[in-house]
Design a protein around this ligand. Structure first.
Ligand SMILES: [Zn+2]
Length: 211
């Protein structure tokens, strides 16, 4: 099965992705990870990507698609995949269709007030980059590496508001697009991570039963 995870920053997408991996072995296809991996490989393409990102430019969709295609080809054909952070536009959604048959789009629906509260409660590990939230995570140190957690300087009210605007502009057309395609599955992600996971599992079970 191939699914897309859609949701605002702090909608709990990262946590759901980790939980679906644990529960059903879904493999995350993350644009950011693929780009970082290619840069680290030192390939010509990696050098090209590095020159764009270090200049603050966006990597072309064609390049992202090529990396995804290569990655998907390296996995077993029947692997369960979840796309996270891609597509970000209807144009990208159409290109993705050329390399993967999407079975469902899980949209993590959270109201703005909750997004705001979660963003402002966010704490990050400066060593390994793991993100936690005060709402769920009660320790001061990283679970993975033991480093002391910090609040990132860009997790302030104004920048969070900006992120929400950017998100809405790019995601709302996708919600319409996937609704018309009959693929959109709405999840109420306003409660905790366990609740979000349970809804997702229920949806995926239904889809599997129909196949
Ligand atoms: Zn850490």
């Amino acid at each position: 099965m191939k699914i897309i995870l859609l949701g605002a920053p702090n909608s709990g997408k990262g946590t759901l992705s980790a939980n679906l991996n644990k529960a059903l072995g879904f493999i995350g296809v993350s644009t950011g990870d693929l780009l970082r991996k290619e840069i680290a490989s030192g390939s010509e393409l990696g050098k090209h990507i590095s020159s764009l990102t270090s200049a603050g430019k966006l990597v072309e969709t064609e390049t992202v698609i090529t990396l995804m295609q290569n990655y998907i080809n390296s996995l077993p054909k029947d692997a369960n995949l979840m796309f996270d952070g891609f597509p970000r536009s209807v144009e990208q959604a159409k290109m993705l269709e050329n390399i993967a048959d999407i079975d469902a789009v899980l949209f993590l629906d959270v109201d703005e007030k909750t997004i705001m509260e979660r963003a402002l409660g966010r704490i990050t590990c400066p060593k390994c980059g793991q993100i936690y939230n005060r709402a769920w995570y009660k320790l001061d140190t990283c679970e993975k590496c033991g480093e002391k957690l910090v609040v990132r300087s860009d997790d302030n009210e104004e920048s969070v508001k900006n992120r929400i605007v950017v998100y809405k502009n790019s995601t709302y057309p996708l919600i319409d697009y996937y609704t018309s395609a009959g693929l959109l599955e709405r999840i109420d992600a306003g409660k905790d991570a366990q609740n979000t996971l349970e809804q997702a599992l229920k949806i995926l079970k239904c889809i599997e039963a129909k196949q």
